[in-house]
Design a protein around this ligand. Structure first.
Ligand SMILES: [Zn+2]
Length: 376
């Protein structure tokens, strides 16, 4: 990862570039900043700069053997430590390192919540434990593979428990040669003051709306208008901006999905109905549940629209134009039945009902409920 892949933070980047160029890299640096500001990707970009074999002032070359490994986060002199859910078997982050690399490469701005979703550990306590700290001491006692720096990058050091923090403090007090600690923290105030006093801080500010907007345009091909709207809501948190983007796309897919379903319910072209049922029975349970929830939202908005409460309609953009065409088919007579069908199917899907039977039944019921409305 190169500096250019990290959004803005120009001042911090030039400070880091000068450290490498002037060969005065402190043995412990802490990148601080709010969620979505990019402290983790900037720490990775700095590690890449340090370990690159053909480094220049601007950063890593991107093509040497070290850079190729670093772009996959697999360089043997880069040790990654991050919070995990501790169990009797899983005591350190090595267990999850493949998943962590994949999650970071997919989204370098990921949050702790994203990470815990990734390893299905939501609702568990994120921790960096004492066994992990012991492992760190062991790893740093080896000589470096490439004969240059050994880098220990810890994401969210504020999640260390007291035992771990005390062990790490000892290493920070007596640093070994060519060992560099990079810490990326959102809440440095939760760390021991003795740790804070031994690291040099690289403070990152919240991103500006302009920076978020222009990155959404260049990285995701959004128009200036779309990007501007998301940037305003994301309030300087790039991870939040990405999340909103994904939800937007998911909403769009759901709309197409729902439209197809309703067209089939109208036309009742039986071979096409069966093909649709087969296709949807194969989707995951979560997607199937979302389909029902989406339907409930559409019916509710249709009713609001029909009764003239247009300010209460939540769908917007292309979803709204679909709604305006579909709303006349949802009326007082069929509304309650539609809600009941979608609600109960959502319930049955959660309880492992056979999705083929369920979808076929639903499409027939919707035909009976909605097709007469079309003729009226
Ligand atoms: Zn390189």
């Amino acid at each position: 990862m190169n500096y250019s892949e990290v959004i803005a933070q120009t001042e911090s980047k030039s400070r880091l570039q000068s450290m490498v160029e002037e060969n005065r890299v402190p043995h412990a640096l802490m990148f601080t900043g709010p969620e979505g500001s990019g402290n983790l990707p900037l720490a990775i970009a700095f590690a890449t700069h340090l370990l690159c074999k053909n480094k220049a002032h601007q950063g890593a070359c991107g093509t040497c053997s070290a850079c190729i490994q670093l772009n996959k986060l697999t360089h043997p002199d880069l040790h990654l430590v991050f919070p995990i859910a501790l169990t009797s078997e899983i005591r350190n982050s090595d267990y999850w390192v493949k998943e962590f690399r994949a999650a970071f490469l997919k989204n370098p701005y990921l949050s702790l919540e994203d990470w815990f979703n990734e390893i299905n550990a939501d609702n568990k306590q994120p921790l960096i434990g004492a066994d992990e700290a012991g492992d760190i001491l062991r790893k740093l006692s080896y000589t470096s593979f490439e004969g240059q720096y050994k880098i220990l990058l810890m994401w969210l050091p504020e999640k260390m428990n007291l035992d771990a923090a005390n062990k790490i403090l000892k290493v920070l007090e007596e640093p070994s040669d060519n060992t560099i600690f990079l810490l990326a923290s959102h809440q440095p105030d939760q760390l021991l003051p003795t740790i804070l006093s031994r690291v040099q801080s690289i403070p990152l500010g919240k991103l500006s709306n302009e920076d978020v907007s222009s990155s959404l345009q260049s990285k995701f091909g959004k128009t200036a208008e779309e990007a501007g709207q998301i940037a305003m809501l994301a309030d300087g948190n790039f991870n939040e901006a990405i999340r909103m983007l994904e939800e937007d796309e998911l909403g769009h897919n759901m709309m197409n999905h729902f439209q197809t379903f309703m067209r089939l319910a109208f036309s009742f072209d039986f071979p096409k109905v069966l093909a649709w049922v087969d296709e949807n029975a194969a989707l995951g349970r979560e997607r199937q549940k979302r389909f029902f929830q989406y339907g409930l939202e559409v019916f509710r908005d249709c009713l609001m629209y029909n009764y003239g409460h247009r300010d209460l309609v939540r769908l917007s953009g292309s979803e709204r134009s679909f709604l305006e065409k579909f709303a006349p088919f949802v009326n007082q007579k069929n509304y309650e039945k539609l809600i009941e069908e979608f609600n109960s199917n959502c319930y049955y899907i959660e309880r492992n009902a056979n999705p083929k039977i369920l979808f076929l039944d639903l499409i027939m019921k919707c035909n009976a409920l909605i097709a007469p409305a079309k003729r009226n």
